[in-house]
Write a protein that binds this ligand. Structure first.
Ligand code: ATP
Ligand SMILES: O=c1ccn([C@@H]2O[C@H](COP(=O)(O)O)[C@@H](O)[C@H]2O)c(=O)[nH]1
Ligand code: MG
Length: 239
């Protein structure tokens, strides 16, 4: 298990436009297999330190984030974290948040940032991997800021946006048959509205800072993966 021992200060204020596949922003992770607190190092460095590589995958409901996320993770060695899946798992556990998560989800609403970020952080901190593909998060500007400031302290290296027409997303969600409480036409319409009002501004932010890759999400799963593949293949920082 790696342990996060990080300082946030140098990470937040970069005003330079970044490349579309940027290396880390300086959050260092000190790899430790001990349960003890890491001993301070004389020179402040550690030969085992790793910088996390974070990819956010965004898109409307049914745009294919989860489907492509699995393929990207398998092909390029990422740990795939679906924020929605983590919330669903938490909802079914005995967690104190279970009832609240259920209530938000069945209405298509957004769960408070501190809950979602806590779940993501728990997964990241218990992973041996340093490459994370986070699907379906951040949903809102507040989510984005919370992740940046409170928890992981870094901007993502890459952001993918699966751009899909609404009719296609609705068709896919209604055919999904996974028993999700929110896969109903009335709720899908609400989720689409929330996507437009709250998530599109996040996507625009990543476009402005030069991190966004927009993928036309119409076509077969393999056709879409063919468009995604070169983005990661050409990214030296993940090798
Ligand atoms: N390119 C595609 N063509 C047709 N169906 C697809 C395609 N990609 C995914 N699907 C199917 O559409 C449904 C929704 O896909 P997926 O779960 O990956 O979307 P999502 O973006 O994760 O949605 P949500 O935000 O609701 O979790 C699934 O049943 C999936 O098998
Ligand atoms: O960051 C997040 C991610 C998800 N939610 C809630 O979960 C559902 C389903 O999410 P999917 O990514 O579509 O699986 C979503 O409608 C929200 O209710 C969230 O609040 N925050
Ligand atoms: Mg999904």
């Amino acid at each position: 298990m790696w342990r996060r021992v990080a300082s946030l200060s140098p990470l937040i204020s970069s005003s330079k436009p970044s490349s579309l596949c940027s290396a880390g922003y300086g959050l260092k992770i000190w790899v430790s297999f001990s349960t003890e607190a890491p001993a301070p190092l004389a020179d402040g460095a550690d030969s085992q330190e790793k910088t996390p590589f974070i990819t956010f995958v965004l898109g409307g409901p049914g745009s294919g984030k989860g489907t492509q996320g699995v393929k990207i993770a398998e092909t390029f060695g990422f740990t795939h974290l679906s924020a929605g899946e983590l919330l669903r798992k938490e909802m079914l556990s005995t967690s104190e948040y279970g009832a609240m998560i259920h209530d938000k989800m069945r209405k298509g609403k957004i769960v408070p940032s501190e809950v979602t970020v806590k779940l993501l952080q728990r997964e990241m901190e218990s992973s041996n991997n340093h490459k994370f593909l986070i699907d379906g998060f951040p949903r809102t500007e507040e989510n984005r800021m919370f992740f940046l400031l409170m928890q992981v302290g870094t901007e993502p290296n890459l952001v993918l946006f699966f751009d899909c027409p609404e009719e296609e997303m609705i068709k896919r969600v209604l055919n999904r048959n996974q028993g999700r409480v929110d896969d109903r036409i009335d709720i899908v319409k609400k989720r689409l509205k929330i996507f437009q009002a709250l998530t599109l501004p996040v996507i625009e932010y990543y476009s402005k800072i030069g991190k966004l890759h927009t993928i036309n999400a119409v076509g077969t799963v393999d056709e879409i993966f063919e468009k995604v593949y070169p983005i990661f293949e050409s990214c030296e920082a993940i090798k």
